[in-house]
Design a protein around this ligand. Structure first.
Ligand code: HEM
Length: 444
């Protein structure tokens, strides 16, 4: 257990905002060793060392217990929360499901969810909204529609509430695990969290059983996962792993993407000249077969989303534990050490970015991107455990923006940017207050 005197302070830090406890050097240096939340931790901010760690020496790394413990009650031992052969087998099965050519089939469902939000906003007229809540609802509709299309047995609103109830208490589980408390230790929200986990798992398990009974596979995520086979062994995924992974896709996929979208609206409202470039690009893009702009043609809008994820990476911290000794630059790091990549700090690092606080999507134009180290920008991680849903998330962001931006003028409800807090994801604290008004002459 960590030293008793520091308990309340440590708990407060982890539950309030872990990022505030990072040493200031992570924003200036390449590698920093420090005592962090009661344990010796190596922070890696240098792009070459990040590559060495997450790509070249990935096999010597495992998941940190505090992460797996906070998530596994609902997500079991799926792709996000497992290691070793169990992880490799599941990742091999799921990888083709997220291939670029498959993603195109999901675009209509993504655009339809965006159109539903547009209809809701139009019906309401000019109004103040919490953009984070609005985008959470939209991305949640998308993940449910792309995962279990036509399975009308799911109560989407109740499912969403259960997912939030579960995720809301995970920072407590994380704090207690970091402090060495046993897994059964009670904490605020634990009873609701356990009930939510049971409900979520039961709902997905019933969806899988219904599909198996009906013999209907479908080309949604569930259908694709039911048909997917490990290319090396030919085996499919057992039902309990399917539950783990479908819930993982929902948990890992909907809030992260919603955060990016909420910040995109905020930053575009702060920078009308950038918003005007985005609108011009959307208006000038060729029309896709289902209507709306062809997403592949939205190169500048994509740069905007990338710059949003630089400033506000929804996954602001990548954590690993060394399974055996590794070398990073000249340093030897023994087995059992916590190694953290502070993504938020890497993306604002003084040596890697000029004027790091400035919102400037041109940083991601072809010339500037080409001149930068690939590992200076890692919103989706890197190496074999890079985000499996990164293409899905990017496509989703573009599809929703293309539905909403040309139809609404979105302005800030307050001048100050919302504060961010680490809640496994990096959440805007207290939501993102904005005013939404239909444009008098919607952009075509
Ligand atoms: C903007 C949205 C997203 C961001 C910023 C994001 C970020 C990340 C990051 C940084 C990792 C690596 C974590 C690590 O190395 O420890 C990761 C892993 C993962 N993400 Fe995402 N993600 C997003 C959307 C999604 C979506 C839409 C899905 C699925 C539908 C998804 C599913 C996963 C899974 C399953 C993993 C674990 C991969 C593995 O360990 O092999 N993510 N994500």
């Amino acid at each position: 257990m960590a030293e008793a005197a520091g308990f309340p302070r440590l708990i407060r830090t982890v539950v309030r905002n872990l990022i505030e406890a990072w040493p200031a050097e992570v924003y200036r240096d390449g590698i920093v060793e420090a005592r962090f939340i009661g344990r010796r931790t190596v922070f890696v901010s240098d792009p070459a060392l990040i590559r060495s760690l997450l790509v070249d020496q990935a096999a010597a790394l495992g998941r940190e217990e505090f992460l797996t413990r906070s998530l596994s009650q609902a997500l079991g031992r799926g792709i996000l929360t497992s290691d070793g052969e169990r992880w490799r087998h599941q990742r091999r099965i799921a990888a083709p499901v997220f291939r670029h050519d498959r993603l195109r089939a999901f675009v209509p469902a993504m655009s339809a969810a965006g159109a539903e939000t547009r209809a809701r906003w139009l019906a309401r007229g000019p109004a103040s909204v919490d953009m984070l809540a609005e985008m959470m609802r939209t991305t949640f509709d998308i993940i449910v529609a792309t995962m279990m299309a036509g399975d009308h047995g799911v109560d989407v609103a109740r499912f969403g509430r259960a997912m939030n109830a579960y995720l809301d208490q995970t920072t407590w589980k994380m704090a207690l695990s970091l402090l060495g408390a046993p897994a059964w230790a009670p904490h605020p929200g634990c009873v609701r969290g356990a009930a939510a986990a049971r409900y979520l798992r039961g709902t997905i398990a019933r969806g899988i059983a219904d599909r198996r009974r009906s013999g209907r596979c479908g080309d949604d995520l569930l259908g694709l996962m039911l048909q997917a086979r490990d290319p090396e062994t030919g085996e499919g995924m057992p039902d309990d792993s399917l539950v783990d992974n479908l819930l993982t896709f929902i948990a890992a996929g909907h809030e992260t993407t919603a955060i990016v979208l909420a910040w995109t609206f905020w930053l575009l409202a702060e920078h009308p000249e950038i918003e005007a470039r985005v609108l011009a690009e959307m208006a000038g893009a060729p029309v896709a077969p289902g209507g709306g702009p062809n997403l592949e043609a939205l190169a500048y809008t994509r740069q905007v989303v990338m710059e949003v994820m630089r400033l506000y990476p929804p996954a602001p911290l990548i954590v690993r534990k060394t399974l055996s000794e590794i070398r990073l630059g000249g340093a030897r790091i023994p087995a059992g050490r916590s190694v953290h990549v502070p993504v938020y700090a890497v993306h604002r690092h003084a040596r890697l970015w000029s004027q790091p606080e400035r919102f400037d999507p041109d940083r991601f134009g072809p010339a500037e991107s080409g001149a930068r180290d690939r590992y200076a920008y890692i919103p989706f991680g890197a190496g074999p455990r890079v985000c499996i849903g990164m293409g899905f998330a990017m496509t989703e962001c573009l599809a929703i923006l293309a539905e909403l931006l040309p139809a609404f003028r979105v302005t800030r409800a307050a001048a100050a940017r919302p504060e961010t807090r680490f809640k496994v994801t990096l959440r805007p604290h207290g939501g993102v207050g904005m005013t939404v008004s239909p444009r008098r002459h919607p952009e075509p």
